[in-house]
Ligand binder design. Structure first.
Ligand SMILES: NC(=O)c1ccc[n+]([C@@H]2O[C@H](COP(=O)([O-])OP(=O)(O)OC[C@H]3O[C@@H](n4cnc5c(N)ncnc54)[C@H](OP(=O)(O)O)[C@@H]3O)[C@@H](O)[C@H]2O)c1
Length: 269
């Protein structure tokens, strides 16, 4: 019998994860909604058939996935407390919400705090996970589920906030990077129809080299692209002059600080 999973909150990340698990995991999934706003978030008719407004769906759950915004977490934990069965495990995606905060509301459950990203949808997430009061067998099952979303690594809880900033938010800055390349491509005469493919494949190729060519440092990989007086050198000069790496570092630092704030006070996320 497939184990039952109830995902609370039919938002963007829930959609990515549920659509992936539906394809590759041997589980039964329901998705708990509180409004019809989820209809704008890309659910197919088949996926939509999993959505329910009945909180008592939780009563049969082996795993309850909390996929709500940090600002909604306290209300969600309070509202659903009466429905969660004693044996259920809890898995949270919420940025900045600590295991202790969840444990204070639901003290009798094993808790897994995770930070996947939206690339879960195609099994290409990077996911950090911290386990608390989870048996070895349950941990193995949850790791199996997370592995289906992409690369997963266990880590101490204090690293999950930086994880959120760097890799949870990360796909967004890669998309912006690709968009900037596409804008430059348009300026340089590359047709619109080709520039997204070209930029995305280029990022994919460079990423594969960074992953697979481990005997070379990233500086060496850069060096291999630069020829004296060439195009890469011209580009790097502008990037260095504009302080691009510092700007990126500041942006990621701001994301890291925001991840910490999100767990501290209810505020718009
Ligand atoms: N998006 C990402 O790439 C990403 C990456 C890493 C981590 N996360 C984390 O994942 C969580 C979800 O993010 P998201 O971007 O997917 O948010 P989202 O699109 O805003 O989705 C949140 C969903 O939760 C629903 N919800 C809130 N309280 C509920 C309750 N008590 N019962 C049922 N549904 C409830 C909301 O319904 P309404 O529409 O009615 O408000 C909404 O559909 C956040 O905690 C975020 O930190 C997201």
């Amino acid at each position: 019998m497939p184990k039952e999973i109830v995902v609370v909150g039919p938002g963007h990340l829930a959609h990515a994860v549920v659509s992936r698990w539906l394809k590759v995991a041997d589980v039964k999934i329901q998705v708990l909604a509180r409004s019809e706003r989820y209809l704008a978030k890309g659910w197919t008719p088949e996926e939509e058939s999993l959505v329910t407004f009945r909180a008592d769906a939780l009563r049969r759950a082996k795993l309850v996935v909390l996929a709500v915004k940090p600002k909604d977490m306290a209300d969600t934990l309070a509202t659903l407390e009466e429905f969660i069965p004693p044996q259920a495990l809890v898995l949270s995606f919420a940025a900045g919400i600590s295991i202790e905060q969840i444990h204070n509301a639901w003290p009798h459950h094993g808790i897994v705090r995770t930070m996947p990203n939206i690339c879960s949808e195609i099994g290409c997430s990077v996911t950090g996970a911290t386990f608390s009061d989870v048996s070895a067998a349950d941990k193995a099952w949850v790791m199996e589920l997370l592995n289906l979303l992409g690369y997963v690594t266990e880590m101490p809880e204090h690293l999950l906030n930086p994880m959120t900033a760097l890799y949870g938010s990360g796909p967004a800055y890669v998309y912006i990077f690709i968009q900037s390349i596409m804008q430059a491509a348009a300026d340089l005469g590359i047709p619109d129809g080709q520039s997204r493919e070209l930029a995305a494949h280029m990022v994919k190729g460079a990423s594969e080299m960074a992953l697979n060519d481990r005997q070379k440092s990233l500086a060496q990989l850069v060096d291999e692209v630069v020829s004296p007086g060439g195009t890469t050198e011209a580009m790097l000069k502008v990037l260095v002059q504009s302080g691009w790496q510092d700007i990126l570092r500041q942006a990621l630092k701001a994301a890291g600080e925001r991840a910490i704030q999100l767990g501290q006070a209810p505020s718009p996320a």
